[in-house]
Ligand binder design. Structure first.
Ligand SMILES: [Zn+2]
Length: 250
């Protein structure tokens, strides 16, 4: 049954559809990710186009049956995000984050805590936090949502929580130095690098001050996270590929 509903959220993906229509994805907290059909958005006189630019935030009234396509009727209190819209690097990071969330959830499933995580991540990138740090946090903290959360709290073998650690894909978590000899596939991260990996995976994003992490350390954790993703999930996201390419030029 079709009902009219007002949803509130952030636009994160647009695609041309038919002659002059758009398919637009919006991330909302209570109603999850929704694909909206925006009729006539690409006609010169349409006001809808500007209301659904990427990274716009606002209230959108839709006709929906709770699955499949919903149709956008009207909107209000829409704010465009000029910073993200105009900054290629920032928007590349944010697009990747949204793409991940889009793959972690079935449409119309409430995002709950993940919505807050993503909203804060976007906010932080918007306000000049290191987008690499923020993105690594989101990636690590989304793994449990994908059903493949690694054990970062304690050694997977003995439960130890302090000391030097490394990461093992086979064991799906951290291992303490007491067991390095018996784990053949450990990543050989430096203790400092595993410590950063644990922090990024476990810290609530709102409690993270303006941390600075050495670029060398971040490169190592980036590599570790990429390995965890490719080992446990089959994603192959275009937004990730674009981000990796972009980094080569920076
Ligand atoms: Zn141990």
């Amino acid at each position: 049954m079709l009902e009219q509903k007002e949803v509130q959220g952030i636009i994160f993906k647009r695609q041309k559809y038919r002659e002059a229509d758009l398919l637009v994805k919006i991330m909302t907290k209570d109603d999850g990710i929704i694909t909206m059909l925006v009729k006539g958005a690409l006609r010169p006189k349409s006001k809808l186009n500007a209301a659904v630019l990427n990274f716009s935030y606002g209230k959108y009234t839709i006709m929906t049956s709770g699955h499949g396509l919903s149709v956008l009727r009207t909107y209000k209190e829409v704010k465009q995000n000029e910073v993200l819209y105009n900054d290629l690097t920032k928007s590349a990071y944010v697009s990747f984050i949204f793409d991940l969330v889009d793959h972690a959830f079935v449409e119309y499933t409430p995002l709950n805590a993940v919505y807050d995580l993503v909203q804060q991540a976007v906010e932080r990138i918007n306000h000049n936090s290191d987008p690499e740090v923020v993105t690594q946090i989101v990636q690590l903290q989304l793994l449990p949502v994908f059903g493949v959360g690694p054990q970062l709290k304690q050694c997977v073998i003995c439960g130890k929580t302090t000391g030097d650690f490394d990461f093992s894909l086979k064991y799906g978590g951290i291992i303490c130095s007491d067991h390095f000899y018996q784990v053949t596939d450990r990543m050989r991260l430096k203790p400092k690098e595993t410590a950063v990996l644990r922090t990024l995976g476990l810290v609530p994003i709102n409690r993270l001050g303006n941390v600075t992490i050495k670029e060398e350390t971040l490169k190592a954790t980036r590599k570790a996270i990429d390995r965890i993703y490719s080992h446990t999930l089959d994603l192959n996201l275009k937004t990730k590929k674009f981000l990796d390419e972009l980094k080569l030029f920076n």
